[in-house]
Design a protein around this ligand. Structure first.
Ligand code: RP5
Length: 163
């Protein structure tokens, strides 16, 4: 199976990334994690993206906060699918990173998940890899069924909680 490459702009983004790595581990998907910044280490971020396909990656997740150019900078240097996670920093509640990540100009797409959406970034990676992996697709189906059953269990108990 191809690996998921995970790049974060700073180790302060780690709590968001941990939601992604927990999810990838649960599905047995191999991944590699790096701290590369679009602004502080632009050469390393670029080189990682340029080499990603030949290094066995199938998808890249890029997480950054503030003026978050990391996902776009990675996407500029690879045609692998890039998933951007806008991270919430101490000001502006992550809206700054959301707009910086999602508003890519035509030609260089970044699939942007919610602010701090680490788990969904991992699930979307899994769904991309599952296009060519029937076993992974089955595991994704099972998770959907399990999640739905958990909601229906809550539905069954909700009235009693309001008595
Ligand atoms: C971004 O700036 C990082 O992705 C992080 O979310 C934010 C703050 O970085 P630090 O100052 O905590 O290193 O580049």
């Amino acid at each position: 199976m191809r690996k998921v490459g995970i790049v974060m702009g700073s180790d302060s983004d780690l709590p968001v990334i941990q939601k992604a790595t927990d999810t990838l581990k649960a599905f047995g998907i191999p991944f590699e994690v790096h701290v590369y910044s679009a602004h502080r280490t632009p050469q390393e971020a670029r080189q990682f993206a340029l080499d990603a396909r030949k290094n066995g990656f199938g998808v890249i997740i890029a997480a950054a906060g503030m003026a978050a150019h990391l996902a776009g900078a990675i996407a500029a240097n690879t045609t692998l699918p890039v998933i951007g996670i806008p991270c919430k920093s101490t000001t502006l509640d992550g809206i700054d990173a959301l707009l910086s990540t999602v508003q890519m100009p035509s030609g260089i797409p970044v699939a942007t998940v919610a602010i701090n959406g680490g788990a969904n970034a991992a699930l979307l990676s899994a769904q991309i890899l599952a296009v060519e992996d029937g076993d992974l697709a089955r595991r994704l189906d099972e998770k959907r069924k399990k999640d739905a059953a958990a909601v229906l269990e809550k539905d069954a108990g909700i009235a009693a909680r309001l008595e």
